[in-house]
Design a protein around this ligand. Structure first.
Ligand SMILES: [Zn+2]
Length: 240
């Protein structure tokens, strides 16, 4: 299985790897810094080069238990040494959005007792789904914006810790994390990657995140809509 370098280092932009297998339009590497689409976060883009040929990476996803880098050109030969570079502008924006989504989710959980039931993290505008949340009028929207921005302004350190499953479950429950998400983690997973945003929030997450809330800027909440069964989808942007 491909070693996922982002798990330990969210700021790694370049890496060296070896091509382990290849398909018509993709390669599988022994290690990668590219984030494969998952957990609501869209995949990284970037380039792979063998020194003489550079190919764009259009998408990275888990398919048939492999991490496949989809290429804009023919794949490199198996055994090739390659150098990868991720599109940092796109990735860093996803990191800022993803940490912001955790803060928005925790804020809504604390203030309105709603659970996060889905998310879509991508550049320019991201979104998350909350339940039960029937209404979200302009006054509420403004209050949430102000409240989340007050948290962001506190320059809170964001840390990633690996914990044994049983330790993580106790830790997360004590911190008020949604048990729904703990139940979703398959039993085969014996180590949890826990994202800790100071005293404000703790969550199980495999995504990419910033080191401090000051990197995020400020949230601007956009439209929201009902997506059935008491669920409301809230869109948001980031501004300086
Ligand atoms: Zn997350």
């Amino acid at each position: 299985m491909t070693e996922l370098l982002h798990m330990n280092d969210n700021y790694l932009r370049e890496f060296d790897a070896i091509v382990e297998s290849a398909g018509k339009d993709y390669v599988v590497l022994n290690r990668t810094a590219f984030y494969p689409e998952g957990g609501g976060q869209s995949s990284d883009h970037g380039t792979l080069t063998n020194g003489s040929r550079t190919v764009k990476v259009l998408d990275v996803r888990k398919e048939e238990r492999e991490i496949r880098h989809k290429l804009d050109g023919p794949p490199f030969k198996i055994g090739s040494k390659i150098h990868g570079e991720i599109d940092w502008t796109r990735r860093y924006e996803c990191m800022r959005f993803h940490t912001c989504q955790h803060i928005l989710s925790r804020y809504l959980q604390l203030k309105y007792n709603v659970e996060t039931v889905g998310n879509m993290i991508k550049p320019e505008e991201s979104r998350a789904d909350y339940s039960p949340l029937e209404a979200f009028d302009d006054e509420m929207k403004r209050k949430v914006e102000v409240g989340v921005n007050e948290i962001l302004n506190q320059n809170i350190d964001v840390k990633i810790q690996f914990m044994p499953r049983s330790v993580a479950i106790v830790f997360l429950q004590e911190r008020g994390y949604q048990t729904r998400y703990l139940e979703m983690v398959p039993n085969s997973v014996q180590e949890f990657r826990v994202l800790i945003i100071g005293d404000f929030d703790a969550a199980s997450c495999a995504g990419t995140h910033v080191r401090n809330t000051r990197e995020i800027g400020h949230i601007q909440i956009g439209k929201s809509k009902n997506v059935g069964a008491g669920k409301r989808r809230i869109y948001f942007k980031l501004i300086d």
